[in-house]
Design a binder for this molecule. Structure first.
Ligand SMILES: Cc1ncc(COP(=O)(O)O)c(C=O)c1O
Length: 182
């Protein structure tokens, strides 16, 4: 995303400021009179940092700003940003939505009005998904919940091992998976 913002959006005159994603005060301070969008990736790649999406949604509503959340890593099986007040959710569907390394693609989710605007750009710009890729993705969605449960179970087993390891001082849990033992 940083490459997209710095190298391409800047050419269209879009100014971008960056903040520590878990610092709510920094988000609020970064809002300018010309701010149109708050964009966050939560959990982030590669550090798995978490934003307070509910807080950002309030901040956006108070300032008439759109909240866009990249939900690639959590997927809708673990986190639903629209329910937390986001306006648009984006996915690199190539990752967990397919989950099996078969096809490349992306997904954009939001209100009819916003998606109609996006659809116009996609249709005119030619960044449309092939029917075969779309079919593979929809088949992948059928197993998304089960696959994410398996990922969470595996991650919790690794975390449990590390928690009890004498050479490991701290283990961070994201709060997204069901690790009720902790
Ligand atoms: C969280 C996240 N969002 C978006 C992207 C971009 O994905 P794509 O190359 O499929 O557009 C990546 C790629 O690594 C990512 O990790």
């Amino acid at each position: 995303s940083i490459g997209l913002f710095n190298n391409y959006m800047a050419k269209f005159g879009v100014e971008v400021s960056y903040v520590d994603c878990f610092d709510n005060e920094a988000w609020a301070n970064a809002v300018q009179p010309n701010t149109k969008v708050i964009y966050c990736e939560s959990p982030s790649n590669p550090l798995a940092q978490i934003c307070d999406i509910g807080y950002l949604s309030e901040l956006c509503k108070a300032n008439d700003i759109l909240l866009v959340v990249d939900n690639c890593f959590a997927t809708p099986a673990l986190q639903r940003p629209l329910d937390l007040g986001a306006d648009v959710v984006i996915h690199s569907a190539t990752k967990y939505l397919d989950g099996q390394g078969r096809v490349l693609g992306g997904a954009l989710v939001g209100s009819d009005k916003l998606m109609q605007e996006a659809f116009t750009v996609v249709r005119s710009g030619g960044i449309s998904m092939s029917p075969f890729n779309a079919w593979v993705f929809t088949k992948g969605l059928e197993t998304l919940k089960l696959r994410m449960q398996a990922h969470c179970n595996n991650a919790n087993q690794v975390a449990d091992f590390l928690v009890n390891h004498p050479n490991v001082s701290t283990v961070h849990f994201s709060g997204l998976s069901d690790h009720s033992a902790h």
